[in-house]
Ligand binder design. Structure first.
Ligand code: SF4
Ligand code: ZN
Ligand code: ZN
Length: 329
């Protein structure tokens, strides 16, 4: 290949900044932006993710994936006739959380999207590191549990129709493969473009389902979206089974462009089958009345063990108070 040659965009005379091999396109900044937005639009359309008149709660971590998600959704919301509200959870993980919160605030201000801010310290009087240390569980498992609970609580209290998550192709496929290998077929149903659960839960949508990690990062970079540069100190990459699978999938993708998207679409086509495998009966938590598959929800169990009291009810009341202000926005 001639390294001195500047590749031109497939649609205009501008220099290409990227090559999308599976679509056989070289794209300049403007056309790459349009390409991602169109792809998200098609994903929403293909899988019926959002309806006109809906209010969607977008979980914004401060990272590039959720920044790309919020930017594309707020751009498309005008055309598709839905509203977006952002939610950021301040986990209290030192400098990382400070920077993440700053990025989320800047992003929402720039996009003029209302932001709901929930802080673990405010809600529980402890922050994630303390919860992790006392629970003796892996940090990401405690973090995931707490975030799921707060997202569910905020979504239910706000009365939104869906929660949008920034999971992209490269987040989801490794877990789909892992669940398949372990024959946890029900688990796959929670990794598709949308997860519809019992009425009491608010469904999750994943508009970046067909967007790769590098596309999401490039989009955030091109748009100059404020994102946290620090990495969460608890993040582990490179050692897990999911990482091995991710790198295997990328090797196949390099040889057969389009493989990952085709794989994701095939899974989405069979999602009903996986959902049937997942059949779980939903109860109300005996402490906080939030939906759970057991008698006491995981959040109340964790807080009872770590803080000496199930905190679900208290947290729900505090979240309701915080949200009362946002509802009127
Ligand atoms: Fe939470 Fe783990 Fe992500 Fe850090 S890396 S924000 S602990 S899930
Ligand atoms: Zn172009
Ligand atoms: Zn509970």
């Amino acid at each position: 290949m001639d390294s001195g040659k500047v590749l031109k965009c497939s649609f205009c005379r501008e220099p290409a900044i990227t090559v999308v091999r599976y679509a056989k396109l070289r794209l300049c900044k403007k056309h790459f932006t349009e390409f991602v937005q169109r792809r998200v639009l098609k994903t929403i359309d293909r899988y019926g993710l959002v309806d006109r008149g809906w209010r969607v709660l977008v979980a914004v971590s401060g990272g590039k994936d959720s920044a790309t998600l919020l930017h594309t959704l707020s751009t498309l919301s005008k055309e598709l006739g839905f509203e977006v509200t952002a939610l950021h959870i301040d986990l209290g993980i030192g400098k990382y959380s400070e920077k993440a919160k700053e990025a989320a605030e800047k992003l929402c201000k720039a996009l003029e999207v209302p932001l709901v801010l929930l802080s673990l310290r405010e809600l529980l009087s402890v922050e994630l590191p303390e919860l992790v240390a006392k629970s003796k569980r892996p940090a990401c498992s405690v973090c995931g549990l707490v975030k799921r609970y707060l997202i569910n609580t905020a979504a239910l209290e706000l009365g939104v129709q869906a929660v949008a998550l920034g999971h992209h192709l490269d987040d989801l496929l490794p877990y789909i493969v892992k669940n398949f290998v372990l024959q946890n077929l029900g688990g796959i149903s929670k990794l598709g473009p949308k997860t519809e659960t019992e009425e009491v839960f608010v469904g999750r949508i994943r508009p970046l389902y067909e967007i790769s990690e590098s596309e999401a990062a490039l989009y955030a970079h091109i748009q100059g979206l404020p994102v946290v540069e620090e990495v969460c100190p608890y993040a582990v990459r490179g050692e897990s089974l999911e990482e091995e699978i991710r790198s295997f999938l990328n090797t196949v993708e390099a040889k057969r462009p389009g493989f990952k998207v085709a794989f994701a679409r095939a899974v989405a086509k069979n999602i009903e089958f996986y959902r049937e495998e997942a059949e779980e009966s939903i109860n109300k938590c005996g402490c906080c009345e939030m939906p759970t598959i057991s008698n006491i929800c995981a959040f109340c169990k964790l807080t009872a063990r770590v803080l000496g009291k199930p905190m679900g009810s208290d947290v729900r009341i505090k979240v309701r108070r915080i949200l009362a202000e946002v509802k009127t926005l």
